[in-house]
Design a protein around this ligand. Structure first.
Ligand SMILES: *[C@@H]1O[C@H](CO)[C@@H](O)[C@H](O)[C@H]1NC(C)=O
Ligand SMILES: *[C@@H]1O[C@H](CO)[C@@H](O)[C@H](O)[C@H]1NC(C)=O
Ligand SMILES: *[C@@H]1O[C@H](CO)[C@@H](O)[C@H](O)[C@H]1NC(C)=O
Ligand SMILES: *[C@@H]1O[C@H](CO)[C@@H](O)[C@H](O)[C@H]1NC(C)=O
Length: 404
């Protein structure tokens, strides 16, 4: 992989040199008059991935990945544009020692450039401009900025976009910027978001024709004005639902709460209880009925930035039928670092299920007691060993299961 990277750097050298000269002639920066970019937003959304960057959700990043071109195309929606925005990547989510794309304005003209910051937070434009501005426009939602960048730029000041989690950073420029060197990044309103930029390039299987949906949604919860809330909500499957197979699920996020809903899970309760008390409240509340502790069989899980989950064509996750509980527990983690009050939420998960049972019952196996990096399987491994012990009671029931 390393050699391949070097070779493509050499091949591109001339072009890059020319670009570099070109950009030097252009006084390094690409001058962009925002006014000349006003227009309607293009039809059809070419960006399959989207995350809010800041806790208020005023900055939203969408992107797509081209593995053939080895590049990522970003679209940044800035709902309230002041005098610019700093966007980039760094090793640990710091604005210092970061690879940056910057949009800035001196109050008259606006500029876009590829830059980097040193350990003191001084911003410098790159001699090679690898972030390429594609489009900019304003519409009622805010200001849209579209730009792209190769995974690897061969510029030592640039970040190498690889598999795994990338720390995306942002900063809001709230005052006119007359010179980039005058910007003090430590005074800028800033933050970070962790995402997997290089989503795997896989095609999803088609959904069966007889697919039905069931939404497991929070009941217009008044989100507490505290940093962390796990909300528990008990709901039920339709009456006398026979065994079906869940073949896909996706998140349903209340518009405006994209930055608040951190992750969600749907659990099924243990079948030995004829009834489970209804409850809607914090999961750690003393008022929470004890029986909810028996609602732990995972049916679906979603975390910020995740797309819909599809089961392979030959398998589905069983739901309904005589041997299963009709009670479901939805758990929503609200991450509210700004301790916003007065937010209402009805987010949850939409299950897609079919009565036409597939060949295999899928299952979700939970391994280990704690989340540690030691248990994270690196991408593209065809072999990964994790040692653990099943007690007798466990091996007696779980004979010969398939995992995928
Ligand atoms: C990514 O988005 C850009 C800009 O809209 C578009 O031109 C391009 O075709 C998209 N690429 C992929 C791989 O979807
Ligand atoms: C995904 O991979 C296929 C084949 O490997 C390729 O033809 C296709 O262009 C890729 N899609 C993207 C978005 O890179
Ligand atoms: C940036 O601001 C911080 C905090 O006020 C200050 O300590 C630092 O010296 C400033 N850096 C520069 C380069 O001006
Ligand atoms: C949620 O509840 C609040 C307060 O009772 C109400 O104002 C709001 O309209 C409700 N939203 C929905 C979607 O029902």
């Amino acid at each position: 992989m390393q050699t391949g990277g070097e070779r493509s750097c050499l091949q591109n050298y001339r072009l890059r040199e020319l670009l570099s000269i070109y950009f030097t002639m252009m006084a390094v920066v690409v001058v962009m008059l925002l006014a000349s970019f006003q227009g309607a937003s293009p039809r059809g959304d070419p960006f399959p991935f989207r995350v809010p960057l800041d806790p208020l959700g005023t900055l939203e990043l969408s992107w797509n990945v081209s593995y053939s071109q080895q590049e990522v195309c970003f679209q940044l929606l800035v709902k309230e544009l002041h005098f610019g925005i700093v966007f980039g990547m760094s090793d640990r989510g710091e604005l210092e020692n970061a690879d940056l794309a910057i949009l800035w304005s001196d109050g008259h003209k606006s500029y876009f450039g590829d830059a980097w910051s040193d350990a003191q937070g001084h911003i410098r434009l790159d001699s090679k401009q690898d972030y390429q501005l594609l489009e900019a426009h304003r519409d009622p939602e805010g200001f849209y900025l579209t730009f792209k960048r190769p995974f690897s730029t061969c510029d030592p000041n640039d970040y190498l976009i690889e598999d795994g989690t990338v720390h995306l950073i942002y900063g809001v420029l709230e005052r006119p910027v007359t010179s980039l060197l005058a910007v003090n990044l430590s005074l800028v309103n800033r933050g970070l978001q962790r995402v997997q930029l290089l989503k795997p390039n896989i095609t999803n299987p088609e959904l069966p024709r007889d697919v039905q949906t069931l939404e497991v949604l929070a009941p217009n919860v008044s989100v507490p004005g505290q940093e962390t809330t796990y909300w528990c909500y008990i709901t039920e499957l339709p009456e006398n639902m026979p065994k079906n197979h869940i073949v896909m699920y996706e998140s349903v996020i209340t518009p405006g709460n994209e930055a608040l809903v951190h992750h969600m899970e749907v659990f099924q309760c243990a079948p030995q209880f004829d009834s489970i008390p209804h409850y809607s409240g914090p999961c750690d509340s003393k008022m929470k009925p004890q029986r909810l502790n028996y609602c732990r069989h995972v049916l679906a899980a979603w975390a910020l930035g995740a797309k819909a989950f599809y089961y392979p064509e030959e398998a589905g996750l069983a739901i309904g039928g005589p041997d299963s509980s009709k009670y479901l527990r939805l758990e929503v983690h609200y991450h509210n670092p700004l301790q916003l009050k007065g937010r209402f939420d009805s987010s949850g998960i939409r299950l897609f299920y079919t009565p036409t049972l597939r060949k295999y019952d899928g299952g979700i196996m939970e391994l280990g007691l704690v989340y540690t990096p030691v248990m994270a399987i690196p991408p593209h491994e065809d072999h990964f060993e994790l040692t653990g012990y099943c007690i007798e009671k466990c091996t007696a029931t779980q004979v010969g299961f398939w995992t995928f």
